[in-house]
Design a protein around this ligand. Structure first.
Ligand SMILES: O=C(O)CCC(=O)C(=O)O
Ligand SMILES: [Fe+2]
Length: 219
């Protein structure tokens, strides 16, 4: 598979690839030091200010509940996305989002056209088990997921065998998900009982089949 070869080369040939490790049948690459500590700290502050953060409500057991994190959806104007039952309408790119996109486009060899920001304010914020397998992303999507701030556990489990993997996501690290990862594995970001600082995560995606919303969920 072309992308795996390209990423293997990136790990061996590039300082940003240092310590890179493949997981999940070679469909996930973890790069612990994609961004320097200083860059990661600066990006955290910029992203906290620049993005249009919202705490969305979703329907659960017939009730409207707040999701346990802040979220923001930015990208090209046509990058409509339905996620967790929410119609996401893209906000404009910001300087920090464009800066990160440029680096990730180069590494992944793609043109990401949207990004989902997740801001976990403390250890009580989390994301449940899911796969990013929406039709809008097409088959075998490439998703680049960058972490800034508090180190958190990222858990993966195989859909049929139940095999589990846990990766500690450092500040400045990057995860690349590709190939059949979303088809065969789910992932989650569990809560933690330990006191924790904030963490901002950016998952860059390519919307190939935009889902135009019927009604805006943005005021
Ligand atoms: O915060 C993370 O590392 C995971 C985010 C995620 O899985 C998603 O946005 O789909
Ligand atoms: Fe995800």
């Amino acid at each position: 598979m072309a992308i795996l070869k390209k990423l293997q080369r990136f790990v061996t040939d590039n300082p940003q690839g240092q310590g890179g490790q493949f997981y999940c049948d070679d469909n996930l690459l973890y790069l612990p030091q994609c961004f320097s500590e200083k860059q990661a700290r600066e990006l955290y502050s910029k992203l906290a200010m620049e993005l249009r953060w919202r705490q969305e409500k979703i329907a659960m057991f017939g009730k409207q509940v707040l999701i346990p994190r802040m979220q923001a959806w930015h990208g090209n104007p046509e990058s409509f996305y339905r996620y967790s039952g929410l119609d996401l309408i893209p906000q404009a790119w910001t300087p920090a989002l464009l800066q990160v996109r440029q680096q990730l486009d180069t590494i992944a060899g793609t043109d990401f056209n949207a990004v989902l920001g997740n801001w976990y304010r403390d250890g009580q914020d989390s994301m449940g088990w899911h796969s990013d397998d929406e039709k809008a992303l097409g088959r075998y999507p490439v998703i680049a997921s960058a972490s800034f701030g508090q180190e958190r556990r990222f858990c993966l489990r195989h859909k049929s065998s139940g095999e589990k993997q846990t990766i500690l996501l450092r500040s400045g690290s990057l995860i690349l998900m590709f190939g059949s990862l979303q088809e065969n594995w789910q992932h989650s970001l569990p809560k933690s009982a330990k006191p924790m600082q904030g963490r901002i995560n950016l998952t860059y995606r390519t919307i190939v089949h935009p889902v135009k919303p019927k009604a805006s969920n943005y005021e």
